[in-house]
Every structure is written in structure tokens, then in C-alpha cells.
Design a protein around this ligand. Structure first.
Ligand SMILES: Cc1ncc(COP(=O)(O)O)c(C=O)c1O
Length: 419
């Protein structure tokens, strides 16, 4: 053990010499399988889009006003007044927070969910990652939508899944196509879907497809991974009941990121008990538990359902107005050269050029003109969506959206004149 007066030991380098040689040696430590995790285009774009002169509709950031700092400060003060707020805690999560989450899940799915059915995780991304690591052997077949959430592609790829793509139309994953693939012999272990206010596609799976997907899970014996990050951000009527309302062969992912704070990193998983127990063991190995203080703070916020709902309602109105504005200025700027439906919830607009514009090729011109988006191919494992782009309207005020679309239009003109 090192005492205050002891000098830190000097660790001999196994490969002495200049930094470049050390880098080669260090790179040799990384197994082939780590190469499976592709660097996210979005994260690389974010480095550019932090520049103040860029109108960025690229990142998936909630608006700062969706993060009620004063209220959360009150919650933190109360949480810190309770014993144990700074202590280690259980892997499963804060009991009162699990109880609030279980109540929400019961109401949404129409199936009784017990607090013991809930595992609190470090963001829903951790739930997804642990689920993939725990359930998948390398080469296991998994079905994903196309386009799909980039974080899901990363987690599944890291776990060595063999990915099978089912395309989306305006209403989300085509369950008819999935049924055809299953009938032809495909036997996935998991089917990953974001059925509500999809990132990036903005789509919402209608009730008949939810029922169909659930029936397919029951018939073919796969687990549906239902990523429901955006459920509370409906602009109009509430979305259909979760897929988990129709089958218990479902693992559900939820999060506080989109309604209170992504930086607190708190999400959750509900799943059949044996799956939940196995994922809980994996979490223990990964990080022992989710931040005790972040959970205590959200426990306080979640306990005040009326205030939480009032806050979420404000966020919904703000995002609804921005989505409507973006859709309108896109239509005015591009007419029918760009097909962009009106989002019914969530944070994203998905637009597709009908004139053959390749959005990977358009991006450098757009960045030069001071506007950023994510090209559609970033959301595909098969190189699809080359004419599509994702625009995040959540954290951009209306006048800035107008300016962003003006820049996008002139980038498109510059690009089209060179084609
Ligand atoms: C569909 C979807 N799932 C999960 C996440 C991860 O959210 P978090 O880890 O912050 O809960 C995101 C974040 O963008 C998302 O869009």
C-alpha cells in the first residue's frame, strides 16, 4: 500500500522506446472483437457541430429547458438530507424509484409490473448493452429495423450479433416482411424495435403491427427488445400501448434522459425474471450500481407525478411547435424534392430527398455553409437510406431552424450545381 510519503512505483514499460512503438504494442492488446464497435458518425459530427457558427440539427440533445435545474436542485437537497445518499447502494436500484417506474410501466402496458421487475441502469443505453452482452453469443441472429438507433447497432455489433435487417415504412418496421423472413426459416434470438416516435425515423408502430409483432414472438419464441425512450413525448394523442401489452416475451427499456436529464444517466429495464436476474449479475460486474445520488434525486422528482407531468407537458408543447415549424420551412424550401412527414412525437424529423441527392455527399457542403445533419446511412447496417437525413429539432428554436433550413437549401443548390 502506498503511504503519504512513498513515491509512486515506476512501472517498467514492456516495450521501451518512442511513443509510436508503444502505440503499436498497446494496439496489439485490443482483441479483434473490439473492432466490431464502429465509431459513431454522430459523435464525430458532434465535434464539428459544437462550433457556435454551425446550426446543428445533428446531435440528439434535448433542450436545456427540458432539464428543470431549479426543481432538480430542490430534489437533490432533499435527497442529500436522507441517509445513504452518498453511499454504495444495491445493484437493482432505489426501491422507491423502482416502485414509481413499476407504476408507470403497469399503466402503460396494462400488465401488472412489480418493483422487483425493474432494474435501474446507468441510462437505458446500459440496459441495452448489458442485455446484449448477457443474452447473445457471437453469431446469434438478431433482427433490427432499418433505419435503426445507432446506439443499438453499436451494442448489438459489440456483442457479436448477426444482424438481420427489416426495413421500415412510414409506420415503422414492416411486420409482414418480418413474418415472411420467419416463415422462410430465420430464427432470431432478439428483435430490437423502437416502436414509438422512432429515432431517427420519427415513425410509430400502429396497434395492429404491435399485436402482430407480439404474436410472432409467441409463435417463434424470440424476445422483443422494446426501446421506449420517447413514449412521454407525444405531441397529440397518446401513442398505442407498448408491444409488451400484448406479450410477456418482451424486455422494455425506459429512460429519464428525454424528460428530465440525460446527464444524470438513469434509465431502466423490465424483462422476464430470469433475464432480469442475469442482466443484474452482469450489471454488478460492470458498475455495481447506478449512481445512488442520481437515483435519489429522480426518486424525489418521480414521486411528484403532477409536477413531472406539468413539466413534460411544457416540453411536449415546445417540441411540437418546433417540429411543426421545421416541417413547414422544409416544405417551403424544397417542395416535393424532399419528403418529410410531420413528427407526432419525439425529437427527430426524417427527411428523404426524392431527387436522388446523396446526403453523405451533401454533408461537407452543408457544414461549409454552417448547418449540420446526420446522413441516413449512419442508421443502417446495410448502407441504405443514402437519400435520407435526420434532423433534430428538439434543441433548436424556431428562428434558428429557419436559418438552418435556409443554409441547407443553399448547400443543396451548390451541391446540385456540381452534380
Ligand atoms: C432510441 C434510443 N434509445 C436509447 C437511447 C439512450 O438513452 P439513455 O442512455 O440516455 O437513456 C437513446 C438516446 O438517444 C435513443 O434515442
Amino acid at each position: 500500500m502506498m503511504t503519504g510519503s512513498a513515491r509512486p512505483a515506476v512501472v517498467p514499460r514492456s516495450t521501451p522506446g518512442p511513443g509510436a512503438r508503444t502505440d503499436v504494442w498497446a494496439a496489439s492488446l485490443i482483441p479483434q472483437s473490439s473492432g466490431r464497435v464502429s465509431s459513431s458518425v454522430i459523435r464525430e459530427l458532434l465535434a464539428v457541430t459544437a462550433r457556435p457558427d454551425i446550426v446543428s440539427m445533428a446531435g440528439g440533445l434535448p433542450d436545456e429547458r427540458a432539464m428543470p435545474a431549479d426543481w432538480l436542485a430542490e430534489c437533490a437537497a432533499r435527497a442529500l438530507g436522507e441517509p445513504g445518499a452518498l453511499q454504495y447502494s444495491t445493484t437493482e436500484g432505489d426501491p422507491a424509484l423502482r416502485s414509481s417506474i413499476a407504476d408507470w410501466e403497469s399503466a402503460w402496458t396494462g400488465r401488472p409490473t412489480d418493483p422487483d421487475d425493474v432494474l435501474v441502469t446507468s441510462g437505458s443505453q446500459q440496459a441495452l448493452d448489458l442485455l446484449c452482452r448477457t443474452l447473445l453469443d457471437p453469431g446469434d441472429a438478431v433482427v433490427i429495423e432499418d433505419p435503426a438507433y445507432v446506439g443499438a447497432i453499436q451494442a448489438l455489433t459489440a456483442a457479436g450479433a448477426s444482424l438481420h435487417v427489416v426495413p421500415q415504412d412510414r409506420e415503422g418496421m414492416s411486420t409482414e416482411l418480418l413474418a415472411d423472413r420467419l416463415a422462410a426459416g430465420l430464427r432470431p434470438k432478439l428483435v430490437y424495435v423502437t416502436p414509438t416516435f422512432h429515432n431517427p425515423a420519427g415513425s410509430t408502430l400502429p396497434e395492429n403491427r404491435r399485436r402482430h409483432l407480439a404474436a410472432l414472438a409467441d409463435r417463434y419464441g424470440f424476445l422483443i427488445v422494446e426501446d421506449d425512450a420517447y413514449r412521454r413525448l407525444a405531441f397529440g394523442e397518446a401513442p398505442p400501448a407498448p408491444v409488451a401489452g400484448y406479450t410477456d416475451r418482451t424486455a422494455r427499456l425506459g429512460t429519464f434522459s428525454k424528460i428530465l436529464s440525460p446527464g444524470l444517466r438513469v434509465g431502466w429495464l423490465t424483462a422476464p425474471r430470469p433475464v432480469l436476474a442475469a442482466v443484474t449479475r452482469s450489471k454488478q460486474a460492470a458498475d455495481l450500481h447506478t449512481s445512488t445520488l442520481a437515483q435519489a434525486l429522480l426518486r424525489e422528482a418521480a414521486a411528484d407525478e403532477a409536477r413531472l407531468q406539468a413539466h413534460v407537458d411544457q416540453v411536449r408543447v415546445m417540441y411540437r411547435d418546433r417540429a411543426a415549424h421545421l416541417t413547414q420551412v422544409l416544405a417551403a424550401a424544397f417542395g416535393d424534392r424532399l419528403a418529410a412527414g410531420l413528427p407526432r412525437g419525439g425529437m427527430f424529423s426524417w427527411a428523404v430527398f426524392t431527387d436522388g441527392t446523396d446526403t453523405d455527399a451533401l454533408l461537407p457542403q452543408a457544414l461549409a455553409n454552417g448547418v449540420a445533419f446526420v446522413p441516413g446511412r449512419a442508421f443502417s447496417v446495410v448502407g441504405a437510406n443514402g437519400n435520407a437525413l435526420r434532423l433534430c429539432f428538439a434543441s433548436v428554436a424556431e428562428p434558428t431552424l429557419t436559418e438552418g433550413v435556409r443554409r441547407l437549401r443553399s448547400a443543396w443548390e451548390g451541391h446540385a450545381s456540381r452534380r
